[in-house]
Write a protein that binds this ligand. Structure first.
Ligand code: NDP
Length: 393
């Protein structure tokens, strides 16, 4: 029996992971589940799976969690340190599905403890890739990618012969605005931005998909995970989201992984790896599907792609700044403070005004992350003030 911990159990990836685990209770035993503060969902999942421990990051939510777990023998805990301690409990298999850089310390704690750590949470890899990979090397932890693109690459890549790989081709749906003219993109609403055409996901990654920053973050994630230079990773818009990515070999063979647009497929791959397990997904009906389309992404309407590639190429602190500024800008967009096109503009401005030396420790990454957030928040305030003044004029 595999022991399992899910960090971010109440989110979209967490829910998909629970769905698979609960279908095979004889195969998986839940050690711990964590959330920020969604107590009803966390407590219900902990009770259903007979978890040993349920943890909320937000300490003000602990009384509600204790009350919801009253009468069970599930322990409750709260706070950032409790999340880190939970990550380090030593589960055989840990799903890292907290959103954003809030997952960085827990991911490191899980990796330092060893076992299998499954990365859905891409932001820590973007901000602190080298540090995370070095920690995995030291502890012997196995890192498996749950992000569908990286999981596809992992399935297609012959890691024993990296010199035989010509290119990695990252596919992306292009998001809900792939066909919109830029004038129309200025007035995108939150509801439009989070309505992804193919995938059902949390709000932050849905907005990232709409700006295509998600593909930029994935570019950096792929370069880190598979040790491939940026100029050998190509991004292709594939609107059906059936091919999840491809590996192109020097002999002209191109291997692709296909599957339904449902995170349970890549998560199942990591749960059973190196074996396979059944999922409730229907097999792809290629005849009904009929066609697969591919096109180049538009760098003008989606400047986040350029910003991410430049950050990857420059290295050092640049990816951490890109990620932090993006998190702040996306949160500002989601709360209605800035427009959709301002997200990438704020990321670009933050990168332009802050250029610290490369971080070599986790604390240095977190300090850069904090400073970049402060600068981006300042830029958000300036944008908000300017638009209020425009309205008054
Ligand atoms: P969601 O927003 O749906 O869920 C986020 C989870 O993290 C929730 O459990 C939330 O708890 C918890 N959380 C939020 N803030 C904190 C915090 N400060 N401390 C601890 N826990 C916190 O996100 P997704 O599931 O969509 O995405 C999770 C990660 O996986 C992201 O990095 C995303 O990029 C990546 N990913 C997601 C995919 C998807 O299909 N959704 C696909 C590939 C990658 P609460 O519910 O209490 O707020």
């Amino acid at each position: 029996m595999k022991t399992v911990t899910i960090l971010g159990a109440t989110g979209s990836v967490g829910t998909s992971t629970l769905d698979l685990i609960e279908r095979e209770p004889e195969r998986f035993r839940v050690l711990a589940l964590t959330a920020n503060c969604d107590v009803p969902k966390l407590a219900a999942a902990a009770i259903r799976t007979r978890a040993e421990l349920a943890v909320v990051a937000d300490e003000t939510c602990l009384p509600a969690l204790r009350e919801a777990l009253h009468g069970t023998n599930i322990r409750a805990a709260a706070g950032k340190q409790a999340i880190d301690d939970t990550a380090a409990m030593g589960a055989d298999w840990t799903m890292a599905a907290i959103v954003g850089c809030a997952g960085l310390r827990p991911v490191m704690a899980a990796i330092e403890r060893g076992g299998t750590v499954v990365l859905a949470n891409k932001e820590p890899l973007v901000a602190a890739g080298d540090i995370i990979l070095a920690a995995a090397k030291r502890s012997g932890a196995t890192l498996l990618p749950a992000d569908s693109e990286h999981n596809a690459i992992f399935q297609c890549l012959d890691a024993t012969r990296p010199d035989r790989v010509r290119r990695i081709i990252l596919t992306g749906s292009g998001g809900p605005f792939r066909d919109w003219p830029i004038e129309r993109m200025r007035s995108v609403t939150v509801a439009q931005a989070v309505a992804h055409p193919n995938w059902s996901m949390g709000a932050k990654i849905s907005v990232d998909s709409a700006t295509m920053m998600n593909k930029g973050l994935e570019l950096i994630e792929a370069a880190r995970l598979f040790a491939v230079e940026s100029n050998r990773i190509e991004i292709v818009v594939h609107r059906q989201s059936v091919i999840h990515s491809m590996v192109d070999y020097i002999d002209g063979s191109m291997l692709a992984q296909l599957g339904p647009s449902d995170m349970r497929v890549p998560i199942a791959h990591t749960l059973a790896w190196p074996d396979r397990m059944a999922t409730p997904m229907q097999p792809l009906d290629l005849v009904a599907l009929g066609r697969l389309d591919f096109e180049a992404p538009d760098p003008v309407r989606f400047p986040a792609l350029r910003l991410a590639r430049e950050a990857l190429d420059a290295g050092g602190a640049r990816p951490a700044i890109l990620n932090a500024a993006n998190e702040v800008a996306v949160a500002a967009f989601l709360s209605g403070r800035i427009g959709f096109l301002e997200i990438a503009a704020i990321v670009g401005d933050t990168l332009a005004c802050y250029d610290p030396p490369a971080p070599d420790t986790l604390d240095a990454v977190l300090a850069i992350d904090a400073e970049a957030r402060a600068l981006a928040a300042e830029r958000v305030r300036a944008t908000t003030t300017a638009s209020v003044e425009d309205r008054v004029v």
